[in-house]
Design a protein around this ligand. Structure first.
Ligand code: AHR
Length: 622
């Protein structure tokens, strides 16, 4: 098979927005994942705001003859009223407490990663009805070792007088599945609330787990769509994600039960933090808001105006001057300058739900009137005909088998080029039997689909794989791009395919032709990318071989100028494996990852021979 590349100045620009990422709070992607908070259910609200409330996963240290835990609506914070009361019964001369004291323990999200030599910031609010000695410590999973500790003498704090404590814990021992313990051996009651622990080192100092955020950075995402997905909708409206409840001081946020994926979020990772993450990744923020529609209920259009006002306030929070009402709240959180919010989706997967179009128009008209530059995304699919409402983009979601997604490399070839909304493929992946928990086969098919998106990027302007993260202890949706637990992570083959497309957004698509007598040709794209640091252009050739035989590929280049040099520091990256269902794992995190080798010596206007292994994706950077 011969690939003839026209490597001159012709070609079509690819939108700078093409490939981004989609973060959803699913699979404990944020809580216990990207968001580095170590304490699970830090405000004791996860069991609900009535007493007695379930404080899981906190548990009692000591038997009930010595200590009793109870929940009370006595918090300092109005919107999260539950506080924990620890009543210590032992500690008198006649009934001393057992060695190590009694108290309460939090195991984090399936363990707290504590590492010797690292520092942690622990913060909590406390009140007490007596003077008390308290020990705050990280302990090992088996509770036999102390990993870090701080002794406190609480003598000033009296009933009804909450005080904030915040200090640095230095770890002297390691356990990736540690726990945080509060213990005492003094009789009396203490009340505890809003207990937080963070590793001192987070990505850009903004609270994100460093290694996970770096994996996102390595994708060079053009945008980040957030915070869901179904998570935005909620099964019931009262459990939907509402931006307003996720901003301001973390200890005052009420948190909420994400009832689609069925776990509590303290909303420490809130609207501000998503905007901050976008800035830190140099990605454009794409906010998906709840449009008054949940899985089970739709707000009547006659009642939608407060929802519209809420969204306008949310945009003001992101973009308003710091003298505006909501811009001032953003400034108080440490970001006086506006965030460049220019893409907003009106709901998620709601097109066919009651009142979608009516409510959509109320949001659309109000947002466009106030912010004409904001691009709005409809949930209605315009693949087979024009929409009955205005939109800048329409959402397209696809989860399917490997062969279907492979064939969908041509999905947008015939799409009308007439004026109309552009396509935002905001969720796609191979799922089901072909995918397992992240197979080579799935990744190769996704690579072909993405090449199809590049080729059709005159109509498809944005695309993001889904979902992004999964915690191994909460696999609600499989597969995912990045697998994590309390202390480690790896990319699935799908993640590595995303990396192979990191140069696409903003590059130039070049013309090429394939000369072949084969029945099934590889799926190919050729781009020219500009490297600002080197002030040089590179050719990027990607090819997917979805078949089970090796394909020899000869590449010829025409149109190169005399001083164009191919192959200097050039590389070929090959992603393949012996078995199509092979996967990565914590034990073998890079079993399937691009193998990168140099490509031949410098030559001009020459041919290049490469081999496409069966079931592979190959990316040349020349
Ligand atoms: O990505 C997982 C889910 O798939 C998203 O929440 C939803 O938008 C889609 O149905």
């Amino acid at each position: 098979i011969t690939l003839e590349v026209q490597a001159d100045d012709s070609g079509r620009p690819i939108p700078s927005t093409l490939f981004g990422i989609f973060f959803e709070e699913i699979n404990h992607a944020g809580a216990g994942g990207l968001w580095a908070e170590l304490i699970n259910n830090r405000g004791f609200e996860a069991g609900g705001q009535n007493t007695p409330s379930n404080i899981d996963p906190w548990y009692q240290k000591g038997d009930s003859n010595n200590v009793i835990l109870s929940t009370e609506r006595t918090s300092l914070f109005k919107r999260n009223p539950i506080a924990l009361r620890i009543s210590t019964l032992c500690g008198s001369a006649s009934n001393p407490c057992p060695a190590g004291g009694v108290g309460v323990i939090n195991p984090g999200y399936w363990g707290i990663d504590v590492r010797a030599g690292k520092f942690y910031t622990v913060t909590f609010w406390l009140r007490s009805d007596t003077s008390v000695n308290l020990t705050v410590k990280f302990i090992s999973e088996d509770e036999q070792r102390t990993l870090a500790q701080q002794a406190l003498t609480v003598d000033k704090v009296k009933s009804n007088s909450w005080a904030k404590y915040s200090f640095r814990l230095a770890a002297t021992d390691t356990d990736h599945h540690g726990k945080l313990a509060f213990t005492t051996a003094v009789q009396g009651s203490i009340w505890l609330d809003q207990v937080s622990a963070f590793p001192e080192e987070t990505y850009k100092g903004h609270g994100f787990r460093t290694e996970l955020a770096k994996m996102l950075e390595d994708l060079k995402p053009a945008f980040i769509r957030f915070p869901g997905g179904c998570y935005v909708e909620g099964e019931r409206l009262e459990n939907a994600w509402r931006w307003r409840d996720t901003v301001g001081p973390w200890q005052e946020r009420p948190g909420h039960m994400g009832d689609v994926w069925n776990y509590w979020s303290d909303d420490g990772l809130g609207y501000f933090e998503f905007l901050q993450l976008a800035e830190d990744l140099a990605a454009a923020p794409v906010w998906v808001f709840n449009n008054g529609i949940s899985h089970q209920y739709s707000v009547n259009p006659q009642l939608i105006q407060p929802w519209v006002k809420d969204v306008l306030d949310g945009i003001e929070f992101a973009r308003g001057p710091n003298t505006s009402q909501w811009g001032a709240v953003r400034a108080s959180m440490g970001h006086p300058d506006p965030f460049p919010l220019k893409h907003i989706a009106i709901g998620n997967e709601d097109c066919w739900k009651p009142w979608y179009r009516e409510n959509y128009m109320a949001f659309y008209n109000a947002i466009k009137a106030a912010y004409p530059d904001i691009k709005l995304i409809s949930n209605c699919d315009a693949t087979n005909g024009p929409l009955n409402h205005p939109a800048d983009y329409y959402d397209f979601h696809v989860y399917t088998s490997a062969s279907n997604l492979y064939a969908m490399a041509h999905e947008f070839d015939q799409k009308s080029r007439a004026d109309g909304p552009k396509v935002f493929v905001s969720e796609y992946a191979v799922t089901g039997g072909d995918a397992g928990t992240g197979s080579l086969l799935a990744a190769v098919a996704e690579g072909a689909f993405m090449i199809g998106l590049e080729i059709n990027s005159d109509v498809v302007e944005m695309a993001s794989y889904a979902p992004l993260f999964v915690h191994t202890n909460d696999r609600r949706w499989m597969p995912d791009a990045i697998v994590l637990d309390s202390w480690q992570q790896y990319g699935t083959p799908s993640y590595w395919v995303q990396q192979l497309f990191k140069y696409s957004s903003g590059a130039t698509l070049l013309p090429f032709s394939i000369l072949s007598s084969w029945a099934s040709n590889p799926v190919v794209s050729v781009l020219r990318r500009h490297d600002k640091d080197l002030n040089a252009d590179f050719l990027v050739v990607k090819a997917v071989n979805f078949g089970n035989v090796v394909v020899p590929l000869q590449i010829t280049f025409s149109g190169l100028a005399a001083n164009d040099i191919l192959y200097t520091n050039s590389t070929i990256a090959t992603l393949t494996s012996a078995g199509t269902m092979d996967e990565n794992s914590f034990a073998q995190p890079k079993k399937i990852a691009p193998q990168i080798s140099p490509v031949a010596a410098p030559k001009t206007n020459s041919n290049l021979q490469v081999v496409l292994p069966a079931h592979s994706i190959v990316a040349l950077d020349l």
